[in-house]
Write a protein that binds this ligand. Structure first.
Ligand code: ZN
Length: 145
């Protein structure tokens, strides 16, 4: 295992052991519960959206280290961004996980730690769970009358 792989593994384990932004948001604009039955991962995602901005992202969940670390990293990456920016990061992350070479890894910061997961196709669903839920949540938020 290379030094880089070791570093990435550490980042993932750190988020798994000490998840960021865990908890719920009362009166969240978006609250979704989603799971990944293939692995048994479950999450509740809460979004505090105001004036076109992502003011807060929190979650509760259980499951494998990849699913829980990925959503913890997501909450840090998206908090404070505009809705458009946050959706852009989510789509870039999705493309990275799909092996799209055009994604500039440096734009994704520590999220590149999850790139190695693409070598294990069954785990990609674990890594994407939080992100797909986020994109689903903002889509339904926009479609609200
Ligand atoms: Zn999983």
């Amino acid at each position: 295992m290379s030094d880089m792989d070791e570093l990435y593994k550490e980042v993932i384990l750190d988020h798994y052991r000490a998840p960021r932004n865990r908890g719920r948001i009362e009166e969240a604009e978006v609250h979704l519960h989603r799971d990944n039955p293939l692995c048994g991962d479950e999450i509740d995602l809460y979004l505090d959206l105001e004036d076109g901005k992502v003011k807060g992202v929190t979650f509760e969940g259980r499951g494998c280290s990849i699913s829980q670390a990925s959503i913890s990293m997501m909450t840090e990456a998206l908090t404070g961004l505009t809705l458009e920016e946050a959706e852009g990061v989510a789509n870039s992350f999705k493309h990275m996980m799909q092996g799209d070479a055009e994604v500039e890894s440096e734009d994704l910061g520590e999220l590149v730690a999850l790139k190695g997961v693409q070598k294990y196709p069954v785990r990609i669903k674990c890594a994407m769970l939080g992100w797909n839920t986020f994109l689903e949540g903002t889509k339904s938020y926009r479609e609200k009358p």
